[in-house]
Each structure stands twice: as structure tokens, then as C-alpha cells.
Design a protein around this ligand. Structure first.
Ligand SMILES: [Zn+2]
Length: 151
């Protein structure tokens, strides 16, 4: 791990607190690091990599299945059809993919613009925490997350 990387630091903290929404041999999924928006998560490599072109074979081969599983769980937990996915790496170079549903009655470019501007009106910490727990339960194969509890 890189000693001066925010996402490597985050990985160490999440390991210590068992705070991952999902952890595989190569990938860690956690709530959006910068903005507590319900249903938004970051999928990051566990080791320090800088972009999809730097993944090793195991990371590259497991990325698709991880994205598919997480997307399905997010859609179910938030009762949303569309799950957006993007990766810029402009602020933190460590490979990470951000995923989540649109919300607050806005979609597409307008929603992503607000998300990228860190619009605090999108933040709902209690709902984000609840949704992350529901997604974690769904990914763990648990039926304890009933769809009607997800908002
Ligand atoms: Zn890193």
C-alpha cells in the first residue's frame, strides 16, 4: 500500500473496523468516501494501483463480476433501475469506481454534476448508512434486508 494515498489509508481503516460493504481478494467496496449520498459506493483495489490499465490479471478478471454484483445489490436496495458508474481519478489516482443511483428527482448529467460538485443537498447520512448496511446484507446473501425498508 502507498503511504501517501487517501484510498490506501481508507483501506487500512476499513480493514481495522471491518467497515467494508464488500471485500474480495482484490476489491473493496465502501460508502462514497467524500459524500454520504444514499446508495453511492466506491469500488477500489485493495492494493495501490493507478487506473484500470495498471490492474494485474486477477484484479482485471474479477472486476466485472464485482461490478455486476454490486450494481444488482444497489438496484435492489434502492429500488432503482439505473445504477450510474464512473471513474475519473482526478482527485485521488488510486483505482476506484463510483457507483450509485440517481436521486432527488434529478437524473443524468444534472445529477452527476451535483455529485461531482459535492452538493451537500444530496447528503443524507442516516439513509446512506442504512442503505450501505442493506447492500452489505444483500451481497452477503442475507435475506434480512427487506425491499420495503429501502428508501
Ligand atoms: Zn492507494
Amino acid at each position: 500500500m502507498n503511504t501517501s494515498c487517501a484510498l490506501c489509508d481508507r483501506a487500512r481503516a476499513l480493514h481495522a473496523s471491518s467497515g467494508w460493504v464488500l471485500e474480495t481478494s482484490c476489491w473493496g467496496v465502501s460508502p462514497h468516501p467524500a459524500l454520504q449520498v444514499p446508495g453511492w459506493v466506491a469500488v477500489q483495489t485493495l492494493r495501490h494501483t493507478e487506473g484500470l490499465g495498471t490492474l494485474n490479471t486477477a484484479e482485471a478478471q474479477t472486476l466485472g463480476p464485482v461490478l455486476s454484483r454490486v450494481s444488482a445489490a444497489l438496484a435492489r436496495a434502492t429500488d432503482t433501475k439505473h445504477i450510474y458508474t464512473y471513474s475519473l481519478g482526478e482527485r485521488v489516482p488510486h483505482t476506484h469506481i463510483l457507483m450509485g443511483p440517481p436521486g432527488h428527482g434529478v437524473r443524468g448529467r444534472e445529477f452527476l454534476d451535483r455529485l461531482l460538485r459535492r452538493d451537500q443537498s444530496l447528503v443524507d447520512q442516516p439513509s446512506a448508512d442504512r442503505t450501505a448496511a442493506d447492500v452489505a446484507a444483500l451481497l452477503a446473501g442475507s435475506d434480512s434486508a427487506a425491499p420495503e425498508t429501502h428508501q
